[in-house]
Design a protein around this ligand. Structure first.
Ligand code: GRF
Length: 252
């Protein structure tokens, strides 16, 4: 029996790698999920181009214009009324949705943030994590509430901070784990396996077609699972073989 697809709307402002990871994940997994629209506030967002290449409907309303965010949210409400979706996912959407919009759609908006919330909400998370000297960093998927980066936490991905890390190298490691935690967390909420409640997220029965979907709220970067590198002393330089002795090493 064909299942009714759960429909997602993605909001983004930039390169769209999380959107792309989600679209690839949907393509390669059997769950009845589809991305109905990709919406941006920036016409130059690469994520819009990636969506068009995949034949996904896109919309863009600039927030730099006089209407700002109120006009953007009105247009988005019109789109949602004309084309209902099950879940909105923010994937690098760089504007703050109004508390009224968040309340109207409570439990139906997810965000991914590049830190282990509640640590480092806001911007420049990787540089701040390095400056704070933390040993682990990562990303958090959370429900969007009226308070910035403070909605109930759904899933986290942990990465190690390695010697010599720069904000860019750390960002790249975090992005890798974002691409793994976000699609499966989105699927879990769309499927009803994770449901919003006044206490945060609670587990629920899966919608038809999602019965075998597994949800792991905590993912560890493979680098965290490797045994720690032993710090070896540099090997002692072996003595030069005497003339005519130690032929084996002399032949190498
Ligand atoms: C990601 O780091 C995400 O955590 C943050 O914005 C960035 C978006 O990257 N919210 P991309 O546009 O998905 O590549």
């Amino acid at each position: 029996m064909p299942w009714v697809n759960k429909r997602l709307l993605v909001l983004l402002s930039g390169r769209g790698s999380n959107f792309e990871a989600l679209a690839n994940w949907i393509e390669t997994h059997p769950w009845p999920l589809e991305i109905g629209s990709v919406v941006s506030n920036r016409p130059e967002a690469r994520g819009l181009e990636l969506a068009r290449e995949r034949g996904i409907r896109t919309a863009c309303w600039e927030t730099r214009g006089p209407g700002g965010m109120p006009a953007f949210e009105r247009a988005l409400e019109d789109l949602l009324a004309a084309d209902p979706i099950d879940l909105m996912v923010l994937a690098g959407f760089m504007r703050i949705l109004s508390p009224e919009f968040c309340l109207r759609h409570a439990g139906r908006i997810l965000n991914i943030h590049p830190s282990l919330l509640p640590a480092f909400p806001g911007l420049n998370t990787h540089a701040r994590a390095l400056a704070a000297g933390v040993q682990s960093h990562g990303a958090t998927v959370h429900g969007v509430s009226a308070d910035l980066d403070a909605g109930p936490i759904l899933a986290q991905g942990l990465v190690p901070v390695l010697p010599g890390d720069t904000p860019d190298s750390l960002a790249a490691r975090v992005l890798e784990i974002e691409h793994q935690i976000y699609p499966q967390a989105i699927a879990a909420v769309a499927a009803g396996i994770m449901r919003p409640s006044p206490e945060g997220w609670c587990r629920g029965p899966a919608s038809p077609g999602f019965e075998a979907l597994e949800f792991r709220p905590l993912l560890l970067h493979p680098a965290l699972l490797q045994p720690p590198q032993r710090s070896l002393q540099p090997p002692q330089r072996s003595l030069e073989p005497l003339q005519g002795v130690g032929e084996a090493s002399a032949q190498r």
